[in-house]
Design a binder for this molecule. Sequence first.
Ligand code: FAD
Length: 555
Amino acid sequence: AKKTLIIGGVAGGATTATRLRRRDDAMEIIMFERGDYISYANCGLPYYIGGVIESRDALLVQKPEVMKNRFNIDVRVSSEVTKIIPNEKKIEVKNRKTGEIYEETYDNLILATGSSPIKPPIPGIDSGNIFTLWTVPDTDRIKAYLTEKKPKRAAVIGGGFIGLEMAENLHEEGVDVSVIEMQNQVMAPVDLEMANLVQENMIMNGVNLILGDGVKEFHHKGEIIQIELTSGNVVETDMVILSIGVRPNSELAKQAGIALNKKGGVLVDDYLQTSIPNIYAVGDVIEVTHYITKDKTMIPLAGPANKQARILADNIVGDKKTYNGTLGTAVAKVFDLNVASTGLNEKQLKAMGKVKNQDYFVALINQKSHAGYYPGATPLTLKMLFDKAGKIFGGQIVGQDGVDKRIDTLATTMRLDGTVYDLQALELAYAPPFSSAKDPVNMLGYVAENILRGQISFIEWDELDALLADASKKNKYTILDVTEEMERMVFAIPDSVHIPSGEIHQRWKELDPNKMVILYCTIGVRSYNAARVLLQKGFKNIAVLSCGSGFYKSM
Ligand code: FAD
């Protein structure tokens, strides 16, 4: 029987091991994990810290004894693989408990070593109350610190999904939280205006959000940490959570001469084999193909790791399955909102040199999570990017309910190479508590078609700002507010003309058809309807403010 060694015993490693066993009962399978735990729920760790998941045991999905009894897999915890010797097809293992070093031979070797949090060489970073969150021991340390020291303040460095999940969970624990993010927005996978919705909600929940500022130095005054920022500002705190990104655990692969990319990601072919025969790799440690761009990239997520693991196990027993790339579909709960994304965002498209309304188009709409007349409907903001032919580049959604199912519908359509026209045709489950007869995803398809056929055009918040700031264009456009008088008293764009949407059929002649007319209401629906009236009256140059003034004024 063949012998397969697996390095890493969590998402990718444990999944490969059990699938291999299901496919080949005779194979000898040994899984090495340098930590004390295998197959634990990394993604659940923040929720255990916040007390949402109460039992620590619930995080430990699979135990070594069970893997042995149920799957006949030889699991060796506290066992660090320290060397790969490819030409002798063997590895060197160090038992971290006893210090013993031994060798093990293989027919197939699988790297599932994952990634680790980045810890840059910032002065003062190596101290007891500066934490990273990645493993069960990390979690225990943070939990113990919270219980024993009862810190009043915490600072999270990095506004990615793990940082924000931690911010929420620390807040749940009654800690005053600051989030410090070097970029001008949190949640890099979504665009600025979508992130802004999340940011507003964080601020509403009392988070001290600091954007566009990095950490220069940590000064320790006893138990208190003074975080000196590059701006010169100082944030004082009792503990720090560092979550500024991850790097692949590929030192072993490098030492073995396996080809890596510039970021240290292990290169694999479509069958997940590395540059050395009989050595394979899955999970956070590998470079993947982006499903949309077909470019090589790193996308460390649990879903792809699990999918790759199954494909690899099948290939090791003789199949020829390929891993066809990662979309980067992700979702996170941040305080009262959920934020999700799939594929490319607009920042990425711009960075690729693509031009709006030429290479790509934007549909940015506001919808309700289910029929408005059924209690409990909440707003959803959806953004989709697509090309002239209707191919979808990516989507982003922020809201309370139904964010996950809409992003999954988009991701599914994209994975099946569907277009915006396919979104229109999707027949999705509907009853008032769940959706509307036209689901928000169907609506994205309809709006996209309207845009592509020139039946409507939108102006985004930043484009409107640029226009308002340009004195030379002042006489070239009219800003038309189609809200009601009461709404106008709350907010109006300066110098806008007011015709409530209900009067547009009678009063459209008051507008100059030679000027561009930019229409807005509060969320973008009435202004769209009014725009359709003007277009049919012969107005040629019309734009609707995407998602209306509610969205615009928050930017
Ligand atoms: P891991 O699951 O990290 O496993 C790698 C293992 O290899 C580690 O246990 C490590 O100790 C071991 N190892 C490394 N080197 C050696 C060696 N030399 N010898 C022996 N063992 C070694 N993803 C999502 O998609 N959704 C989420 O909501 C989400 N939330 C997350 C929240 C947190 C707090 C964290 C930490 C991660 C989260 N992730 C999430 C990411 C997800 O957990 C990873 O993408 C996934 O676990 C990657 O699987 P992997 O097998 O490549 O690596």
